[in-house]
Design a protein. Structure first.
Length: 207
């Protein structure tokens, strides 16, 4: 059975990606870094989400010799010169806790109104095949606004969701129903589009 490695140490992200891959690749075994007891961290020095996704996918693929799926993404706020962008988790200069990032975002956005609070959640997924040495990318984003106060809900590892108002539903990301979340889920959309390209152009899952 063919295998695909999910290259993330984030439990919530791992669960989401694994569920998506099982739907579109039922005959492929999905393994995680946790399954393989890999604790090493890829050094994310990329200038954008695509480069960081590639760095992670290639790093863990070479480490395990497995086809690997990695992603990178974060929050983009045009009024703050597109910060935090690739530094979303390290916006404060170090891997900050969720509450720290929520408080810092509100502080930076203080006094901004209306369209000045426009924001995007963006992600880029990268699939890297070690034997054939090729990488494929797909990006997606969700439009919204930064709220003036956080929602009461929290999903550990996703601090910006507690501040992000999804434009399509005018609701906090964390307060979307399961149906609404699936409708706008940018990571799932990117993964599905990515593997459609792979299935259309390559035969790696039929070998």
């Amino acid at each position: 059975m063919r295998k695909i490695l999910i290259a993330t140490h984030n439990p919530a992200k791992e669960k989401e990606i694994k569920e998506t891959l099982k739907q579109i690749l039922p005959d492929v075994k999905i393994v995680s870094l946790k399954d393989l007891k890999i604790e090493k961290e890829a050094e994310e020095y990329g200038k954008d989400f695509e480069e960081n996704a590639f760095i992670k996918a290639k790093f863990y693929s070479h480490l395990t010799s497995l086809p690997t799926l990695a992603d990178d993404g974060g929050l983009i706020i045009p009024a703050l010169n597109n910060e935090p962008g690739v530094k979303s988790r390290r916006w404060l200069g170090y891997p900050a806790e969720d509450e720290e990032l929520i408080e810092y975002t509100l502080k930076r956005m203080k006094g901004l109104k209306g369209e000045e609070r426009l924001a995007y959640l963006e992600t880029c997924v990268c699939f890297y095949e070690p034997k054939k040495r090729f990488a494929i990318f797909q990006s997606e984003k969700i439009e919204g606004y930064i709220a003036e106060k956080p929602s009461k809900k929290r999903l550990r590892g996703y601090p910006f969701r507690s501040l992000f108002i999804v434009k399509k539903f005018n609701k906090y990301y964390d307060e979307l129903t399961e149906k609404e979340h699936n409708e706008i889920n940018h990571r799932k959309k990117a993964i599905k589009k990515l593997f459609k390209i792979i299935n259309d152009q390559f035969s790696i899952f039929n070998e």
